[in-house]
Design a protein around this ligand. Sequence first.
Ligand code: NAD
Length: 247
Amino acid sequence: MTDFAGLTAVVTGGASGIGLATARLLAGRGAQVAVLDLPASIDAGLEEPLAGFTADVTDDTSVRTAISAVAEHFGGIDIVINNAGIGAQGTIEENEDAEWLRVLDVNVLGMVRVARAALPYLRHSSHAAIVNTCSIAASAGLPRRALYAASKGAVYSLTLAMAADHVREGVRVNCVNPGTVETPWVGRLLDSAAEPAAERAALEARQPHGRLVSAEEVAAAVAYLASPDAGSTTGTSLAVDGGMDGL
Ligand code: NAD
């Protein structure tokens, strides 16, 4: 399928996990794909044909520089996959203010910075789309995820607000809500557990369909929302969670 032919997509956090699966899928369907990620990830090298651009989403200058460089390199930007994010565990009594500010800076303000820098380019596209990676944690009431859930709840609200603000400029904004996804992040979570096998079993049991979600399944949902096929879809969230929310 070449439904993204002629379109340029920026994927933040595109060097790993859900972002990498999305970058691969979009490139395979004809997009020119720019991966924005931290220096260590970009310097480690990306597979062809993904193009790497260094940016830390907590640093507005580095975001603006990278977005300008992508637009100059590819002649514009049509799609932004706002995916870079970090996890956090704990109750409100376990996470200090500094940890709250750090996670909100990456997970919420990071998306704002990238979208803000890209909007002047998106407005020139006839297929402009932003897809934010939210999480089912925003609505599922998971234990010891207060900070993470609040950050993703903010991403959900931000998605709706941005969709309303930019629909008349031809920019669609949607989000995906993954359940627990098999990525390096979850691998790190399992590695740090006292009993990794039991923790994996618990995560799988939490998903009504009895297994973790694959990064490719999330990428397929992201690609749909980013594609011209979704031209009349904006301000929505698409769950990819095996029925975790709502069953
Ligand atoms: P991952 O750790 O495999 O990949 C995250 C990527 O983001 C990495 O390449 C990392 O370098 C990059 N990144 C982190 N901080 C950054 C920063 N300040 N600037 C630029 N890049 C930065 O994680 P993943 O599991 O693929 O998660 C990707 C997104 O999906 C996150 O937003 C996460 O909240 C969301 N999500 C993940 C799951 C899951 O179970 N894995 C579930 C729901 C939502």
